[in-house]
Design a binder for this molecule. Structure first.
Ligand code: AMP
Length: 278
């Protein structure tokens, strides 16, 4: 695996691979890699792509009171994991490379970024859309892979690529979970033992709620009871929502394709999860 830190070198090496007839599959990450990240890489390889991964902790997607400074950074371990997983190229830019002096552009996908996490993380999806737009322009992959764990982010990126006619295919990869159901996340390592034991309750609650919704119960009442159950276990719930999986608009009637979404804090750790409601 080759490693580069500049846009110029990244473009040159991707171009060299493309010139050999390879299709490029791109996996952007913020590092502190776990098996969820590596599942995106495995999918890219299974699809027959030469894989390019990036690690960039994007300051633009963190709010002033969020965990940018604390976010785990372990480039050497991550590079070893990517190498073992068969990645061909790792792009590891510094902040100045992505946001040089005078950088002044903000990419905003209207509506999709305004629901669910939007009100709780002002500016977050603009930060995501801006950096993903840049990374896609730098790497120019045939296909880019994103996790369904960040379902809203995936919809924002699909919207951005569609609206700006970017010539890349976006693939969503199912959420990889720990044995007890907790969605894998770089932020799980913030949890102490007591909170780690509680954390799977989010997924358990979503699954239970999905079963009840499928049987046609009262949506508002079911959401309220489930939310209280989570709160009684010490979570601070930002939202627990039943929404259209494509538009993300909250649903008050049973329509397809519907999903359940949750965001809740345990201590200083904010966890998110979502599942389809079949
Ligand atoms: P991050 O490093 O958190 O920005 O995540 C990089 C990519 O990995 C994003 O597309 C995430 O949605 C994806 N991802 C993170 N956790 C998981 C997971 N548990 N299962 C599948 N994909 C994931």
């Amino acid at each position: 695996m080759q490693q580069v830190t500049t846009i110029k070198d990244c473009r040159a090496l991707v171009q060299a691979r493309r010139a050999c007839g390879q299709k490029i599959g791109f996996v952007p990450t913020m590092g502190a890699l776990h098996d969820g990240h590596l599942s995106l890489l495995r999918q890219a390889k299974a699809d027959g792509h030469e894989t390019v991964a990036s690690i960039f902790v994007n300051p633009a997607q963190f709010g002033p009171n969020e965990d940018f400074a604390l976010y785990p950074r372990r480039a050497a371990e991550d590079a070893a994991l990517l190498e073992q997983s068969g990645a061909g190229l790792l792009f590891l830019p510094e902040v100045q490379e992505i946001y040089p002096h005078g950088f002044a552009t903000d990419v905003r996908v209207k509506n999709l970024g305004d629901y669910l996490c939007g009100p709780f993380r002002p500016g977050h999806f603009e930060g995501v859309a801006t950096v993903v737009c840049k990374l896609l322009n730098i790497v120019q992959p045939d296909t880019a892979y994103f996790g369904e764990k960040d379902w809203q982010q995936l919809q924002v990126i699909k919207g951005l690529v569609r609206d700006l006619d970017m010539p890349v295919h976006i693939v969503g990869v199912p959420t990889l979970r720990e044995a007890d159901g907790l969605a894998m996340s770089s932020r799980n390592q913030y949890l102490d033992a007591v909170d780690r034991a509680k954390a799977p309750l989010l997924y358990i609650t979503l699954c239970d709620l999905a079963t009840k919704l499928c049987k046609g119960g009262d949506i508002a009442a079911l959401l309220k009871t489930a939310r209280r159950g989570i709160e009684e276990n010490g979570f601070q719930v930002d939202y627990l929502e039943y929404a259209d999986g494509e538009t993300l608009v909250p649903l008050r009637a049973h329509l397809k394709p519907a999903r359940l979404f949750v965001a809740a804090r345990l201590g200083r750790t904010r966890l998110i999860d979502n599942i389809p409601v079949a």
